[in-house]
Design a protein around this ligand. Structure first.
Ligand SMILES: [Zn+2]
Length: 192
């Protein structure tokens, strides 16, 4: 995971910095996100696209309710689009269209058409929902991939999966960007 560069245009920096510094998300305890994420997982494992679509709709309805934002539309699609470059290729896992508030998420890998793992699929869905939340709930005009954005996404994701939240460790890279330092994150915690 790597952040976007801090904007060169000074007027945009304040918003980027606000997003960067907003590292958590308040999620009240009495929600159904965990159960609804489980429904997505079951439908995905059964490879039932219509059920995945329905489960995603219910999940986003609940998420929108929690954060008091309009519900985004969602379209579940089959094989991920593949973008080929001279140096390699990359797959598109999901995206969010600001103008239409539409989330698209793909449920199969590009080449072998295997079903996406539940963790990857849900992580993508949470990521795209957080773009929607930036615009409709947190008052951002632009939804940047900042450290804060990834931290907020992680809070939502771990809440849905019922897994413990790990602190993300970042290191700065050229171009005013930050990259997750996986090596440091894998180090065992110091005993207290
Ligand atoms: Zn994104």
């Amino acid at each position: 995971m790597i952040t976007e560069s801090r904007p060169r245009i000074i007027a945009r920096r304040a918003e980027y910095d606000r997003s960067d510094q907003m590292k958590t998300l308040y999620i009240p305890g009495n929600h159904r996100l965990h159960a609804l994420a489980h429904e997505i997982e079951s439908a995905l494992k059964a490879e039932l696209k219509k059920q995945v679509q329905t489960a995603c709709n219910s999940f986003l309805e609940e998420a929108a309710d929690i954060f008091h934002v309009p519900q985004p539309k969602v379209r579940v699609l089959d094989a991920r689009p593949l973008r080929v470059y001279e140096t390699g290729s990359s797959e598109l896992f999901g995206d969010y269209h600001e103008d239409t508030a539409l989330i698209r998420v793909w449920m199969r890998t590009a080449v072998q058409k295997r079903v996406t793992s539940p963790g990857t699929f849900l992580s993508t869905l949470c990521h795209e929902f957080c773009h929607h939340l930036d615009i409709h709930g947190l008052g951002f005009h632009n939804t940047y991939h900042t450290r804060g954005f990834y931290e907020r996404t992680a809070v939502l994701y771990h809440c849905c999966r019922g897994t413990p939240l790990r602190r993300l460790v970042w290191r700065s890279v050229p171009g005013n960007r930050w990259r997750i330092d996986w090596a440091k994150m894998r180090q065992p915690r110091q005993p207290k």
